[in-house]
Design a protein around this ligand. Structure first.
Ligand code: F6P
Length: 344
């Protein structure tokens, strides 16, 4: 079997571990693995990288992706025929597509409507792909944000300040909720539920009333935050959209900080962690998860279970239909409820 592997959408720590796992599993079974560069664009443009023992040597701890990535969409770009013919041109029997929920939807359509032999692997720091308990990249991002919160704690305390930490999470607040819980945040604002500035301010004030002169508030970039006195008006500064029409978020932390300072009278500063959360070496948890995902995706391809995605259910790897993966998975609000017991 000749098996291709591609990485699409935003990068995250663990991609190289997953690529290595597909390649090493194939080589061990006497199959051949080939890397497809820059997501589905590489299939359209015949842009490949041989994945032999030498190419995948030493990449386990590396962040980013040795294959590069793009959000190229064959259907939108009228490139389905070119992509379909790439399987014949390059004698590919299967392709493992590693991506987020949007890549899983493209992969589902290419399989369901055009019969391409595709298998999915879920990745994203956002942990919002449906049908799997966790995606790789998430644990590393949570660790990076937790470290940042720990650092901000000492400086916030020294200056009696409110520190607002803006983290990634376009449509879900997994990073904010988990890192907020791990870092002992005093307020967490996420997209799954509407929070008012007054609620956050009340928590801060109540802390001050019992002698805690500083507070750390974590806000996801796509949070549903209602402005103070704004009759429920949501604050969501969308800067612009990317080439595929997705909103480029960022700025909600500054907006929240300004309103919190107004409401409470306490000096408030903002830290935007941005792409730092996506870069660098994966945690051991993400290396293990990515390796298991890659190895299992190879098995799915070998068994001809196309149109499926490797998923983590509890501690077990399973194959699920791609259709289940494209539903955005929201934060379990129980996590937020537990975190909120420490807010005041
Ligand atoms: O989906 C992962 C993610 O990091 C989101 O949390 C964030 O909104 C988005 O990617 C940013 O994407 P880009 O790097 O393309 O601006």
């Amino acid at each position: 079997m000749r098996i291709g592997v591609l990485t699409a959408g935003g990068d995250c720590p663990g991609l190289n571990a997953a690529i290595r796992a597909v390649a090493r599993s194939a080589i061990q079974q006497g199959d051949e693995a080939v890397g497809i560069r820059r997501g589905y664009r590489g299939l359209a443009e015949d842009d490949y990288l041989a994945l032999d023992m030498q190419t995948v040597h030493g990449i386990l701890p590396l962040g980013g992706t040795i294959l590069s990535t793009s959000s190229f969409e064959p259907i939108r770009e009228n490139a389905v025929d070119t992509v379909a013919r790439a399987f014949e041109r390059n004698a590919l029997d299967a392709v493992v597509a590693i991506g987020g929920e949007h890549t899983m939807e493209i992969t589902r359509q290419l399989h369901a409507d055009h019969g391409l032999p595709l298998v999915g692997v879920p990745k994203t720091i956002d942990n919002d792909v449906g049908g799997t308990d966790f995606t790789f990249g998430f644990d590393t991002a949570v660790q990076i944000v937790t470290d940042a919160i720990d650092r901000l704690h000492t400086t916030a305390q020294s200056h009696d300040r409110i520190m607002v930490v803006e983290v990634m999470g376009r449509s879900t607040g997994w990073i904010a909720a988990y890192a907020g819980l791990a870092g002992g945040a005093d307020g967490i604002v996420i997209p799954e539920t509407t929070t008012t500035v007054e609620e956050v301010a009340a928590g801060v004030t109540s802390r001050h009333d019992r002698g805690k002169d500083f507070s750390i508030i974590v806000v996801a970039e796509g949070a549903k935050l209602a402005s103070a006195g704004g009759e429920g008006r949501l604050i969501q500064p969308i800067k612009d959209t990317d080439e595929y029409g997705y909103p480029r978020l960022g700025g909600i932390g500054a907006a929240l900080a300004a309103e919190l300072e107004d409401q409470t009278g306490f000096e408030t500063r903002v830290t935007v962690l941005g792409h730092v959360q996506r870069g660098g070496t994966p945690t051991s948890t993400d290396r293990i998860l990515a390796t298991r995902f890659g190895a299992y995706a190879y098995e799915l391809a070998k068994r001809g279970e196309f149109g499926s995605m490797a998923a983590l259910h509890g501690t077990e790897m399973v194959g699920i239909p791609l259709a289940e993966a494209v539903e955005v998975k929201e934060v379990d609000l129980e996590i937020l409820e537990i975190a909120s017991r420490f807010f005041t």
